[in-house]
Design a binder for this molecule. Structure first.
Ligand code: NAP
Length: 302
C-alpha cells in the first residue's frame, strides 16, 4: 500500500456525480439517504415509492433539480418497469441502486407477553395474509427491482471506464477516459435490518424472516453479479426515526441499546457516504450493522 498518497476526506466520502435510485425515500431512512447524497454531490437521485406526495415534498425540500420523485410499487413488475423507463428518459446510467422500501408486517410482539399457550397460538396465527405482502415488499422486491436496473448499472460501469458485460478479469477500456483513482464499480445496496439476526421478537416474525432473506439475497447478488462487475452490499439498521417507528421509544436503557438512544441522521448520512464514496470501493458482499450496539445485548446470530 502506498501510504504516501494524500487522503482527501471530501473526495473519499463523496457522492460527486453519482446517479442514484432509492426505493422508499419520502420518509425515514430513505429520506436521510436522499438528503445526504443530494447534498454531497450526487447528480441525480430518483425516489421510488407508492405515494407521490411525500416524494414531491422531499424533492422540493432537498433540491428539485437533483431529486426526482417517481411513483412506483416495488411489488409490481409493471410498476417497476415503468419507473425504469422514467429513469432511462432522464439519464444514461445508474451508479447506485438502494433497495430501501420496506414494511413491518404482522406484529408478533404479544408472544413475549402471552400468559397461556392458547395466547401464543392466537398471536402466531393472526394476520396470516400479511406475511405475503411483507415478503413481496421486503424480500422478493430486492431481486425484482435489482434485476430491472441491471442494464443501467452496467452502463454506470461503462461511464467509469470499466469494460462492460461478463468478464474474467476486472479491467478498464483503454479508449475511455476515467479517473484512475476511482476504483468503484456499480453497486446495489439493500437495506435489511438487525431483525435479520435478532432472535427476540421486536417487530414480527414475517419481518424478521423477510429481512434475513433480504440479507441473504444481498450476499447472493454479490456472488452471481461478480462476473458482471456489479457489487452488492447490505445495511442492517437498528432503531432509527421514521414513519415505521413513529410513536415508539427514542431513549433506551443500555441493556437494550448500549448507545442509549435511537440512531440519528448523521449516523445514516456517514454510513451511506462511506459506502457510495471511493471509500467503499473495496466493499462487496458486506453487511454493515448500524445499531448503537443493540445486537450485542440481545440473543442474536450475528
Ligand atoms: N427505522 C428503523 O428503525 C429501521 C430499522 C431497521 C430497518 N429498517 C428498514 O429501513 C427501510 C426504510 O424504512 P423506514 O424505517 O425509513 O420506514 P418508512 O419511513 O416507513 O419508509 C419505508 C418506505 O418504503 C416505502 N414502501 C413501502 N412499501 C412500498 C412498496 N410496495 N413500493 C414502493 N415503496 C414502498 C414507503 O413509501 P410508500 O408507503 O409511499 O410506498 C416508505 O417510503 C425499510 O426497509 C425498513 O425495514 C428501518
Amino acid at each position: 500500500m502506498n501510504t504516501s498518497k494524500p487522503v482527501d476526506p471530501s473526495d473519499l466520502f463523496s457522492a460527486k456525480d453519482l446517479v442514484i435510485v432509492i426505493t422508499g425515500g419520502g420518509s425515514g431512512i430513505g429520506l436521510a439517504y436522499a438528503t445526504a447524497l443530494a447534498n454531497s454531490g450526487a447528480s441525480k437521485v430518483f425516489l421510488l415509492s407508492r405515494r407521490l406526495e411525500p416524494l414531491e415534498a422531499a424533492a422540493k425540500a432537498i433540491n428539485p433539480s437533483i431529486v426526482h420523485p417517481i411513483q412506483c410499487d416495488v411489488t409490481s413488475p409493471d410498476s417497476i418497469a415503468s419507473a425504469v423507463k422514467v429513469v432511462e428518459s432522464q439519464v444514461s446510467h445508474v451508479d447506485v441502486l438502494i433497495n430501501n422500501a420496506g414494511i413491518i408486517g404482522p406484529d408478533h410482539n404479544q408472544v413475549n407477553k402471552a400468559q397461556s399457550i392458547r395466547e401464543v397460538q392466537q398471536v402466531l396465527q393472526s394476520d396470516w395474509a400479511k406475511w405475503d405482502t411483507t415478503w413481496q415488499t421486503n424480500t422478493s422486491a430486492v431481486v425484482g427491482v435489482s434485476a430491472a436496473f441491471l442494464h443501467l448499472l452496467d452502463k454506470g460501469n461503462k461511464r467509469r471506464g470499466w469494460v462492460q458485460g461478463k468478464r474474467e478479469t476486472q479491467k478498464r477500456d483503454g479508449s475511455a477516459s476515467y479517473d484512475a483513482h476511482d476504483q468503484r464499480t456499480s453497486q446495489i445496496i439493500t437495506v435489511a435490518s438487525i431483525a435479520a439476526f435478532n432472535r427476540k421478537i421486536t417487530a414480527g416474525l414475517a419481518y424478521t424472516a423477510s429481512k434475513a432473506g433480504a440479507v441473504m439475497l444481498g450476499k447472493s447478488m454479490s456472488h452471481f453479479l461478480a462476473p458482471w462487475g456489479i457489487r452488492s452490499n447490505i445495511i442492517c439498521p437498528g432503531r432509527f426515526p421514521s414513519d415505521m417507528t413513529a410513536g415508539g421509544a427514542t431513549v433506551f436503557p443500555v441493556n437494550e441499546i448500549p448507545a442509549g438512544t435511537q440512531g440519528e441522521y448523521e449516523d445514516m448520512a456517514g454510513l451511506i457516504l462511506f459506502m457510495v464514496g471511493k471509500s467503499g470501493a473495496y466493499h462487496n458482499g458486506s453487511v454493515q450493522v448500524i445499531d448503537g450496539g443493540r445486537l450485542s445485548v440481545m440473543p442474536a446470530t450475528y
